[in-house]
Design a protein around this ligand. Structure first.
Ligand SMILES: *Cc1c(COP(=O)(O)O)cnc(C)c1O
Length: 383
């Protein structure tokens, strides 16, 4: 019984504390080193981490910045998107993606997602393009790549820029039909990511990065992220102040070394869930995008329509099993973005998913007995 309570107490959506404890010495000494140097802004660790991340991802250039939302904004500024331009973006994603589009005076044009993989529905792209369309922001939701081959071909045919929001999928690998493999964030014109603590590569505060293979774009991005200046106090363009601070970079260098191990651990958890929910009448497990590996930022299932998700969630909470709904309301029905959508039934799959998805605990330190307990509780509900 004591063991049992212990298990329950420790179950979290993401267990950052245990993860930290397992790398504590390395992290503490890296932090201490920054403190000793007191180069809190633009210290050598920032360049070092950027170089390591470039090596890891295979991106041509990596420009660190303050967070994943800034990364998206800087990407669109660097691509010269102008007020009134239209940008295609999924209706089912985290708000940041559409927020910066609206903030820059661009027009978000929503597109629905596929019911099984939750990714942008490429079959609808054609119907979204007008003579004002300048780009597509695709989101590698929950940890696997969108159908990049189709998106890139479509974009090049219509002369559109592609931004990959890789905040949830760092390390995922996409294989093109010619066998070429590329990492999430390195395939489009620009890729963006977030190092928010709970992301797969998370720091201990805010952080983000921008990827590109284009040297001109890389320079532009660098300048925009630094107040539009190349030379201190000479401002060639309007920029922003968006930096990854040195402490975070030092922590990220350590965590990057473990990223593959972490992805493996997440996949193991996902596989065990998959097995448990195989052919379940009420739970549909997440489908895999063909050609992409999955890094399982989230393990998200669909419940059948007959299930009251709120009751299920409360039941799980009572059993000590946390769960989350990413996301409860699609973007076209959010108050702030009604002018770009606003109609129920407009994006039926996104709306349906918002009512039916639920994410279960998944993280790098999940113990088998914890997961056994979680699975048992979930399955018991439907007995
Ligand atoms: C987390 C996240 C962001 C934003 O990242 P921040 O670092 O919190 O600004 C953007 N897009 C997606 C899909 C995310 O999951």
């Amino acid at each position: 019984m004591q063991d049992f309570e212990n298990i329950m107490e420790n179950i979290q959506m993401v267990d950052l504390k245990t993860q930290y404890e397992n790398i504590k010495e390395e992290v503490n000494s890296a932090i201490q080193e920054v403190l000793n140097q007191t180069a809190f802004i633009n210290g050598p660790q920032v360049k070092k981490f950027a170089a390591e991340l470039k090596e890891y991802t295979g991106a041509g250039y990596v420009i660190p910045c303050a967070n994943g939302t800034d990364a998206l904004q800087i990407a669109m500024m660097a691509l010269n998107f102008k007020p009134g331009d239209e940008v295609i973006v999924p209706a089912f994603t985290y708000v940041a993606t559409v927020e910066v589009i609206a903030l820059l005076g661009l027009k978000p044009v929503f597109i629905d997602v596929t019911e099984d993989t939750f990714e942008l529905d490429t079959t609808q792209l054609e119907s979204k393009v007008t003579d004002k369309t300048v780009g597509i922001v695709t989101v590698h939701l929950y940890g696997q790549c969108s159908n990049m081959e189709v998106i890139l071909n479509f974009a090049s045919k219509h002369n559109l820029k592609v931004i990959e929001d890789t905040a949830q999928a760092i390390g995922a690998v996409y294989t093109f039909s010619d066998g070429k493999k590329m990492q999430a964030g390195t395939m489009g014109d620009i890729g963006t990511t977030s190092f928010f603590p709970s992301k797969n590569l998370g720091c201990y505060g805010d952080g983000g990065a921008i990827f590109t293979n284009n040297s001109e774009l890389a320079e532009k991005i660098q300048i925009i992220a630094n107040h539009g200046q190349k030379r201190k106090y000479y401002h060639d363009s309007i920029g922003v102040n968006s930096r990854l601070d040195t402490l975070q970079a030092a922590i990220l260098s350590i965590k990057l070394k473990y990223l593959d191990k972490y992805s493996k651990a997440r996949n193991k958890v996902a596989e065990r869930y998959d097995e448990a929910f195989q052919n379940h009448p009420k739970i549909t497990k997440p489908a895999r995008v063909k050609n992409s590996t999955h890094v399982f930022h989230q393990y998200t299932v669909r419940l059948s329509e007959s299930i009251n998700r709120d009751s299920f969630k409360s039941y799980l909470a009572e059993k000590g099993v946390p769960s989350m709904v990413y996301y409860p309301l699609p973007l076209h029905l959010q108050k702030a973005y009604l002018e770009y959508g606003g109609m129920e039934g407009q994006f039926p799959i996104s709306e349906k998913l918002c009512n039916q998805v639920i994410s279960f605990p998944i993280h790098t330190e999940m113990e088998q007995e914890q997961q056994d307990y979680i699975i048992e509780q979930i399955l018991n509900y439907f007995k």
